[in-house]
Design a binder for this molecule. Sequence first.
Ligand code: URA
Length: 219
Amino acid sequence: MPRGKPIDPSPANLIKPAASLAELRAAIQSCRGCDIWQRATQAVFGEGSADAEVMLVGEQPGNREDIEGHPFVGPAGKLLDEALAEAGIDRSRVYITNIVKHFNSTTRGKIRIHKKPNAEEIAACRPWLEAEIARTAPKVIVCLGATAAQALMAPSFRVLRQRGQMMKSTLAPLITATVHPSSILRAPDSESRHAAMKEFVADLKNIARHLPASALKKR
Ligand code: URA
């Protein structure tokens, strides 16, 4: 084997140029590009229409997503669905995925605790996201939270200061970032949670203004 070639199944040998999203979703289950897979139940690939106008990118699957095998089906996903509906974005026109496709965790007793992926893990997983972008060609990529924004926009990106800024990108005609929905769930009381949700919906409404009518809910 030539030196420097990955030995374990990794994006370099699993991503076939002509593979469809469905074929990639099957292939990623063998990925050993980093070691997060050892702690996860399965890889959670993105979901949504291949001709979606908007791609939402979170950090990594959570506990629920890891068990069910689908992105954003836990509490943060429910809140996201509500916010999209309120902002008038048609959920069926959205492709939703994560920067890292396995749930990274540490254990405390019997409980699995979310652990932020490190730069190497993010880099190892990036070809999967690039393959998703290449196949969906979204008009707008929306980074949900700092991990996605710093990976896809700039390492110095500060979500609280720069949320809502629309930028040009080599990944898509437009890219922007807003908070991660789980940050709203962590708000200390119902008043601040309500305010955070209102700002999140305002960011999504602004994104909706950049989308074609086909991506918006018929009123
Ligand atoms: N948080 C994420 O970033 N992604 C998910 O899929 C679920 C929770």
